[in-house]
Design a protein around this ligand. Structure first.
Ligand code: CP
Ligand code: NVA
Length: 313
């Protein structure tokens, strides 16, 4: 028996950052604050008692797996973990059929997969909310955690500047969705051949996106400098070419010195010291990467609660 109210509205998913309104993002971030504070005081927060989360991993994970699994247990629920290798997904069962079956048995699904369209196909055949745990195109749970981390350390991100140094990948495009919604600026610098896709940035105005050839110029005056691996999961065949192309897109102390003197450094992790970031930066005083990783837990608990139960309190 569940003791909490059911959501009355239509089925909601979190497949991209912009699936939520600004007001909903603000609600989830505020709820994450409360949930984190209670967690730090060892106070139970069992709002998802008796609920079940299914996780589907078609790519590797440490943070996403642990944060969703621990988060669901901490809220009184339980978790089922599926991978391509140990489910019928790996033996060509259509994703639509998997969605129809799994969503009859659980309350919520989190998927990490390749194409966004694969995630969308699952969601469109699901009876329960679906969360994007990373696709080739987006990583919205990570950006939720990153914005929460910025808020904790520096206050609202509105009007601030984020420098993105590196690949035009799932993280970069999700930062851009967040910038448009929450009204901040992203300075993007990517190596030639790995730049933002013109079709995907069409319509983003200069208040939210400025593109720079040189990573140093992107970092100038930024309130947050962030980067990611040179080669994302699924692109390993390009590893050697990327190593050469990205050599100058390594966030180092000189780049951090060009940023605002209060600038933070973030990285979604896993990181490769000596490639996209130097050890002195990621392990230095401006880095908040461990808070950033921990905050995946708190924001996703708020996200799961919102998707299953709607607004609380
Ligand atoms: N940042 C992140 O999503 O990490 P994992 O790949 O370990 O889940
Ligand atoms: N851009 C990286 C993020 C890993 C969390 C990838 O997709 O592999």
């Amino acid at each position: 028996m569940t003791t909490t109210a059911q959501p009355t509205g239509p089925l909601r998913h979190f497949l991209q950052f912009r699936d939520f309104t600004r007001d909903e993002i603000d609600y989830v971030l505020g709820r994450a604050r409360l949930i984190k504070d209670r967690f730090k005081r060892y106070e139970p927060h069992h709002t998802l008692h008796d609920r079940t989360l299914a996780m589907v991993f078609e790519k590797a994970s440490t943070r996403t797996r642990v944060s969703f699994e621990a988060g669901m247990y901490q809220m009184g629920g339980s978790v089922i973990n599926l991978t391509a290798g140990d489910s019928q997904l790996g033996r060509s069962e259509p994703i639509e059929d998997t969605a129809r079956v799994v969503s009859r048995m659980v309350d919520l699904v989190m998927i990490r997969t390749f194409e966004q369209t694969r995630l969308e196909r699952f969601a469109s055949h699901s009876r329960v909310p679906v969360i994007n745990g990373l696709t080739n195109e987006y990583h919205p749970c990570q950006i939720l955690a990153d914005i929460f981390t910025f808020l904790e350390h520096r206050g609202p991100i509105q009007g601030r500047t984020v420098a993105w140094v590196g690949d035009a990948n799932n993280m970069a495009y999700t930062w851009l969705q967040a910038a448009e919604m929450l009204d901040f600026t992203v300075h993007v610098s990517c190596p030639a051949g790995y730049t933002l896709d013109a079709d995907r940035i069409q319509g983003i105005d200069a208040r939210h996106l400025k593109v720079f050839d040189r990573p140093e110029d992107a970092c100038r005056g930024a309130h947050l400098v962030t980067t990611d691996v040179w080669t994302s999961m699924g692109y390993e065949d390009e590893n050697e070419a990327r190593r050469k192309a990205f050599a100058d897109w390594c966030v180092d102390a000189k780049m951090m010195a060009l940023a605002d003197k209060e600038a933070l450094f973030m990285h979604c992790l896993p990181a490769h010291r000596g490639e996209e970031v130097t050890a002195d930066v990621i392990d230095g005083a401006q880095s908040v990467v461990w808070d950033e990783a921990e905050n995946r837990l708190h924001v996703q608990k708020a996200l799961m609660e919102f998707l299953v139960l709607g607004r609380q309190g």
